[in-house]
Write a protein that binds this ligand. Structure first.
Ligand code: PGA
Length: 254
């Protein structure tokens, strides 16, 4: 019942012209496919308009990488969910570990950003995950549970399945070091268990959990066949159409 969901996080890569070209390649490659898998891309803010218009009517979803929690105001350099909606964006990443690490996104701010997504009609992709030090200290479950409780613990039950939860161990992001399928499955089961104990049963059954961290064409299949892994949030490999399409293909076959 949970459709696989593959999203490419382009991070700070691809200005409007390059983003449009990559979107066009994906559009051609995915045209007419049997849509067993949901596919999305998250270009940088300045490329969103070009990509939204390129991907119109293709079924390929467009996400922003971040938003501010307020609708408008004196917040120089920030972008609100309402603005993203006007551009035609459907999804928004929230709490990516790079935001938490380098830009001061605290658990409390992440909670406000999730609320801002709901207020402005965007579907959040909430990123959670432990650092290497936290894993070495045996605290990965505690950390991820804390992040989940803060970000979505107070939502109404029927809101939660609109949230995609991306488990991204920080030590696996951009490092070439993927969590093993078993390590990833274990954490996904923990997340699903948290959903089960926090909300009525339909929530855990229907909420999609993505894995992220050095996913590529060659390791996607084994990750995506795990029972609690419903998709992938892909960084580096999403910048290359062939690699990204191989991951989509693996999801189709899973
Ligand atoms: P990566 O990034 O695939 O380059 O490790 C994943 C992410 O940060 O979403």
């Amino acid at each position: 019942m949970r459709r696989k969901f593959i999203v490419g996080n382009w991070k700070m890569h691809k200005g409007p012209a390059d983003a449009d070209a990559l979107a066009d390649t994906l559009k051609r490659a995915l045209a007419g496919r049997d849509a067993k898998v949901d596919v999305g891309v998250a270009p940088p803010f300045v490329s969103l308009s070009a990509v939204v218009s390129r991907l119109k009517h293709t079924g390929i979803l467009v996400a922003a990488q971040n938003l501010h929690s307020e609708a408008q105001g004196a917040f120089t350099g920030e972008i609100s969910g309402e603005m993203l909606r006007q551009v035609g964006v459907a999804y928004c990443l929230v709490g990516h570990s790079e935001r938490r690490q380098f830009f001061g996104d605290t658990d409390a701010f992440v909670e406000k950003k999730v609320a801002a997504c709901f207020r402005s009609g965007l579907l959040p992709i909430l990123c959670v995950g432990e650092t290497l030090a936290e894993r070495e200290a045996g605290k990965e479950r505690e950390v991820v549970t804390r992040q989940l409780t803060a970000a979505i613990g107070k939502l109404q039950a029927d809101q939660v399945p609109s949230v995609t939860i991306a488990y991204e161990p920080v030590w696996a992001i951009g490092t070439g070091k993927t969590a093993s399928p078993l390590q990833a499955q274990e954490m996904h089961a923990t997340i699903r268990g948290w959903l089960e104990s926090s909300f009525p049963a339909f929530v855990a059954r229907s909420t999609r959990l993505q894995y992220g961290g050095s996913v590529k064409g060659s390791n996607a299949a084994e990750l995506l066949k795990m029972p609690d892994i419903d998709g992938a949030l892909v960084g580096g490999a999403a910048l290359n159409a062939e690699e990204f399409l191989a991951i989509v293909e693996a999801a189709n076959a899973a």
